[in-house]
Design a binder for this molecule. Sequence first.
Ligand code: PEP
Ligand code: MG
Length: 587
Amino acid sequence: MTFSIHGLAVARGIAIGKAVLVASSRVDVAHYFIQQAQIEEELNRFSQARNAVMAEVQRLHQSVPKDAPPELAALLEVHMMLLQDEMLADGVRHWVSDRLYNAEWALTSQLEVVSRQFDDMEDVYLRERKGDLEQVVERLLRHMKGLTTQLPQPTERKSPNTWHQDQLLDDSHDAPLVLIAHDLSPADMLQFKQGVFTGFVTDVGGKTSHTAIVARSLDIPAVVGARQASQWVKQDDWVIIDGDAGVIIVSPSPIILAEYAFKQRQSELERERLARLRHTPAVTVDGQQVHLLANIELPEDAPSALAMGAVGVGLFRSEFLFMGRDGKLPDEQEQYQAYKRAVEGMKGLPVTIRTVDVGADKPLDRTAKDQEHLNPALGLRAIRWSLADPGMFLSQLRAILRAAVHGKVNLLIPMLAHAQEIHQTFQLLELARQQLDKKSVPYGPLRVGAMIEVPAAALSLPLFLKHFDFLSVGTNDLIQYTLAIDRADEQVAHLYDPLHPAILNLVANTIAQGAAAGKEVALCGEMAGDPSLTRLLLGLGLRYFSMHPTQILRVKQEVLRADTQRLAPWAQYVMQSENPAAEMQTT
Ligand code: PEP
Ligand code: MG
């Protein structure tokens, strides 16, 4: 039966494919694809875990005191029975051998399948055994976690991006896949950057949650905040993800499929049309030059930034180098190599490297301590985290200074609010230079910029303009903190409003004060890449936009049609109105 689920549209386009469910578990589970040659090894890991857990439960069973309630021994017997049941092992074998899932992922996928069978059972006693099964799987996962070391690189799996209707019945391994998960950490998303999936859906997350941001950077249709999608969709269901409307259609009928296959082709054509603008300079009708820069997460993103015609990197979120490493942070040398790759990858164009911004919805690991804090978005994140660990911060600063030998590098500091944080940052930067001097290690010049993303910073601009060479407005956080809306919480997503007059005033004021001081002001939040806001931002005086490479051509199209002379008074009018969103429709 066809049904649809609504969520938040975060990355454009239509994806059609078979659902791959990433089950959530109380245990931290890694998801990655293995190589064909690793199948045996992966199955062994599972068998070893099964034997070890079996031995553990048997030991427990034997040590149950004689006077203990009989239910205790019975419970352990059920666990032993489930462990021996071939239904679990056969399933794991299938997911590992046929789908090349790592053992943990295979196990949670099979748990999902078997759990649904339990849910459908008439017998209440049997239905309740689902809880036992979950406990058994959790024991196995914990055991395997102890055996697991570094994640291997996912293998590349080619999947066609465009789906053709006659492929629906094709159940071969090359059918396009879409990923459905309760939640995915940004680190998980990076694992999937290898082009395996043609679309993403998550139950949780807001439009500017970091998971949504990474999904957008993958340039594939994505919907977040889809509430219970991972409960409703089953493994291998055919699914349409409409990333423009934020809708997921499950088990579509042939007529619906034909309609969406048509839409999919239309958006491919639109993409091809836009590609022709790649080398066109971004200049408005009235001759204003606009700088369209790229936001990247990894050095490997540099080629796609260039391919989209970016004139530099306006935001390299360096924290992605630090994530998903079981707390083992990259040292100076590893970071230097990564920054150097990004700088060289941009072929002489400037690269703005932001110092690490972990915390809030970007934990270092899925189990990281940040999750335990009551309010991580207001806690030890970004520059606060860096200043709390000067040794770590210094090694990052040295690595960035060294990378500046290879090209134009800007240093960008996130989440600043206090004068004292500014002073400490500059002192540590000076110390990093001295440390390099002492060892005669070469380094290059840096322009230093501050992110304006805490309202306190937006309201004390003279301080920032005095100390920094440039500013970059981080509207994702500026909106979150000004409107008191958790950017990752889909329940308040409807209140997350980039057009709130307070936000427009803070942005406009930052641009105006920067211009008066003769300093560059960029905007690197998601607003910069939203073509429906380009004219308004141009009217407010913005000339440096930094966004996902995938958005650059759409924004450029708006720039080429814009006349800033005409837009300036209109933008003032919109900003001062009670309902800017409604006024935006008037031109
Ligand atoms: C922002 O806050 O707007 C920003 C660009 O930084 P991030 O999204 O990484 O917090
Ligand atoms: Mg931010």
